[in-house]
Design a protein around this ligand. Structure first.
Ligand SMILES: [Zn+2]
Length: 311
């Protein structure tokens, strides 16, 4: 089979994040045939963001005649209508954007849209850690703390598209800190990358922009950075352990930028999680992502194949 013939049975997967947007041409076996990346013009407003996605779709789909487009986007997404329900200010005026409608007009292709944490879970389900399971809790800890619950092989979106907002449950470790959602003492305000940086900045009086700098200082033995990372890991582990008791998934996958903080972060998180588990859930596997950043692209592609097979 020639490469061109394979490409004709392909779709475009898009991972639209707060800082960058990735797109890839992906075949039915989940092979990435071509990829492109662009900075997300978050301050430019929805028109500019969707145009950026449209250009990336054209770029990776050129001469390949893709069957459709799948998009995983930051924000709360109405996956039925392909619209943004709400979003943080990182993507200006993103709420209300009819992503599917605009992209279908732009590309002339069928488009399907979901939240990016959900597409990450779909990627793990299709070609990653969760190939053999029917239920999974995927936890993404990076700029925020999100989750996706897979039940009977399907993402659970909730009654209002909000399911998975793990970062916005109360954590004893958050000590009443303000949260980006407007609440107080939520998990995200102690366990996310920006929260860990903010805690170090509060204690040292020096601004901290990158989690990587915190990790390097902790690796060099600095107590403030070590404690901030540990507090975040413990808070996440306790919360995820409680969710496992509530939902009893076959598998937990923990992914996102903060998991790159190294083995001591992972060990602290895993121990705190296991200390919470009921005896019957103690054998639940807790694994890292098999696909990394490609999971959301692959999950978006899987959605597009499912959509196009119904058309
Ligand atoms: Zn919150």
């Amino acid at each position: 089979m020639t490469r061109t013939a394979r490409a004709q049975d392909a779709v475009v997967g898009v991972d639209l994040g707060g800082t960058k947007t990735n797109a890839a041409l992906i075949d039915r076996e989940g092979h990435i045939l071509r990829r492109a990346t662009s900075r997300t013009p978050g301050r430019g407003g929805p028109g500019e963001i969707v145009r950026t996605v449209g250009r990336l779709v054209e770029q990776v789909g050129r001469h390949a005649h893709p069957l459709g487009v799948g998009v995983g986007s930051a924000g709360v997404i109405d996956h039925v209508r392909g619209e943004v329900v709400s979003a943080t200010s990182v993507l200006r005026d993103w709420a209300g954007t009819p992503i599917r409608q605009v992209l279908e007009q732009w590309t002339g292709l069928p488009v399907v849209v979901d939240n990016d944490v959900h597409t990450h879970a779909l990627g793990e389900l299709w070609r990653g850690r969760a190939r053999e399971v029917h239920s999974m809790l995927l936890v993404a800890v990076g700029t925020g703390v999100g989750a996706s619950l897979v039940l009977d092989g399907e993402v659970w979106h909730g009654a209002r598209h909000v399911a998975g907002h793990l970062g916005h449950i109360v954590s004893a470790y958050a000590d009443g800190r303000p949260c980006v959602c407007g609440g107080w003492g939520h998990l995200e305000s102690v366990a996310s990358g920006p929260a860990i940086c903010a805690e170090v900045a509060r204690q040292t009086g020096e601004p901290v922009d990158r989690l990587q700098d915190v990790v390097h200082a902790a690796d060099a033995g600095s107590a403030i950075e070590t404690d901030a990372l540990r507090q975040g890991a413990l808070a996440l582990g306790v919360a995820v352990g409680g969710v496992v008791n509530l939902l009893d998934p076959q598998l937990v996958v923990v992914t996102g930028g903060v998991t790159g903080a190294g083995p001591s972060w992972w060990t602290a998180m895993d121990r705190a999680l296991r200390a919470e588990l009921l005896p019957a859930t103690r054998d639940v596997p807790v694994l890292d992502s098999e696909l990394g950043a490609d999971a959301a692209l692959l999950g978006a592609a899987r959605m597009a194949f499912e959509r196009t097979s119904r058309v």
